[in-house]
Write a protein that binds this ligand. Structure first.
Ligand SMILES: NC(=O)N[C@@H](CC(=O)O)C(=O)O
Ligand SMILES: [Zn+2]
Ligand SMILES: [Zn+2]
Length: 344
C-alpha cells in the first residue's frame, strides 16, 4: 500500500460553532489538525479577548482524551473595536488576529463592518502591534453581482489597505478568483491567502449543473472553471503565500436543504483527504506537506509541528450524514469516494 507521511497539519480557517455542535466539530478537527484558527461568527459574535477565552475553554472541553489540539481564536472586528482591545489581543498567545466581515457578506455577519475606511485607526493599531487581519473579502452592494464581489472588494478595499499599511499582516481567506491570486502574488510578504478544498476541487458547474446542490454552496460562491484553474496553479506552485484553511462550516441538513439554504461546506470529516485528493489528481502529492503543514505556520511566525500524520492510498467513501446533537448534517463530498485516508 502506498503511504505518505507529512508533518501534522494546521487548519488556518474554520468554524466550530458553539454549544452541543462542539461535540461533533472539535473531535473531527482535532483528530487531524494540531492547531486551528477558529472563526468568531457566533451569535452574538466573539468581539473581545475575554469572550474568546471563554469560547476557547468550551472548545478545549470537547477535545477527546489523548488528542492535542490548540485552538487559536480570531476576534470579530466591529465598528466598536478599540485600539486597546488590539493591544490586549496582541499580548494573548491564543488570539491569532481579528476577522473583518463586511456586514451582510456571509453567515452571521450582521454585526460586521459597514465602513472599511472607518477602520483606519484600528488597522494602524494592528499594524503597530503586529496583529494579523483576516478578511472575508466580498463587497455586499446589491448592484455588484455575486460572482464579482471578491474582485471588487480587492480593488476597492484591499489594495488601498495594503498600500496604506504595508507592514500589516493580512490573510485573504477562502480565495475563489484569479483576481485574488494575482492580488496576493503581487502584494508584499505580509499578505497571504487560505484555500478551501471545495474551491480547489470544484467550480460553479458542480453547484448548478444537473440540479442545484446545496451542499456545494458556500461563500464566496464557487466561480467559473478558469478561476478554479488559477487557484489550482497557485496551490501547486509551492508559493508559500497560499496555504490550507478548510473553511469547514457546519450547518444542519435542514438548514441546507431548504428554500433559503445556508452557505457553508462541512469538510472537517475528510479535510486532509480532500486536499490529498486534489494534489494527487495533479500528480503533486509532494506539495501537500508544505501547503498543509508548513507555509501557514511560517506566515504566522509560529513553530512548525514536529509530530507527523500518515496517509495511505486506500479508497473510502465519505459518510452520507453525520449525526449531531442538533440533527443530522450532510458533510461536504458526502457519499463520494476519496483515494487517500488518514491512518488512525
Ligand atoms: N463560508 C461559508 O459559506 N460560510 C461560513 C462563513 C464564511 O466563512 O464566510 C459560515 O460560517 O457558515
Ligand atoms: Zn468567510
Ligand atoms: Zn469561514
Amino acid at each position: 500500500m502506498q503511504s505518505l507521511t507529512i508533518p501534522r497539519p494546521d487548519d488556518w480557517h474554520l468554524h466550530l460553532r458553539d454549544g452541543a455542535m462542539l461535540q461533533t466539530t472539535v473531535p473531527a478537527t482535532a483528530a487531524v489538525f494540531h492547531r486551528a484558527v477558529v472563526m468568531p461568527n457566533l451569535v452574538p459574535p466573539v468581539t473581545t479577548v475575554a469572550a474568546a477565552m471563554e469560547y476557547r475553554e468550551r472548545i478545549l472541553a470537547e477535545i477527546p482524551a489523548g488528542m492535542s489540539f490548540n485552538p487559536l481564536m480570531a476576534l470579530y472586528l466591529t465598528a466598536d473595536t478599540t485600539p486597546a482591545e488590539i493591544a490586549e489581543a496582541a499580548a494573548n498567545e491564543y488570539v491569532i488576529g481579528f476577522k473583518l466581515y463586511p456586514s451582510g457578506a456571509t453567515t452571521n455577519s450582521a454585526a460586521g463592518v459597514k465602513s472599511v475606511e472607518a477602520l483606519a485607526p484600528v488597522l494602524a493599531a494592528m499594524q503597530e502591534h503586529q496583529v494579523p487581519l483576516l478578511v472575508h473579502g466580498e463587497v455586499t452592494d446589491s448592484d455588484i453581482d455575486i460572482f464579482d464581489r471578491e474582485r471588487v472588494f480587492i480593488e476597492r478595499h484591499l489594495i488601498p489597505i495594503t498600500e496604506r499599511f504595508p507592514q500589516l499582516k493580512l490573510v485573504l481567506e477562502h480565495i475563489t478568483t484569479a483576481d485574488a491570486v494575482k492580488f496576493v502574488e503581487n502584494a508584499n510578504s505580509n499578505v497571504a491567502a487560505t484555500m478551501t478544498p471545495q474551491h480547489l476541487l470544484m467550480n460553479r458547474n458542480d453547484l448548478l449543473v444537473g440540479g442545484i446542490r446545496p451542499h456545494n454552496y458556500c461563500l464566496p460562491i464557487l466561480k467559473r472553471r478558469s478561476h478554479q484553474q488559477v487557484l489550482q496553479q497557485a496551490a501547486l506552485s509551492g508559493n508559500p503565500k497560499f496555504f490550507l484553511g478548510t473553511d469547514s462550516a457546519p450547518h444542519v441538513q435542514a438548514n441546507k436543504e431548504t428554500a433559503c439554504g445556508c452557505a457553508g461546506c462541512y469538510s472537517a470529516p475528510a479535510a486532509i483527504e480532500l486536499y490529498a485528493e486534489f494534489f494527487s489528481q495533479h500528480n503533486a502529492l509532494d506539495k501537500l506537506a508544505n501547503f498543509a503543514s508548513v507555509f501557514g505556520a511560517d506566515f504566522y511566525q509560529l513553530p512548525r509541528n514536529t509530530e507527523t500524520i500518515e496517509l495511505v492510498q486506500q479508497p473510502w467513501t465519505v459518510a452520507e450524514t453525520v449525526d449531531t446533537a442538533t440533527g443530522p448534517m450532510v458533510p461536504y463530498w458526502a457519499g463520494a469516494d476519496l483515494q487517500w485516508k488518514l491512518r488512525s
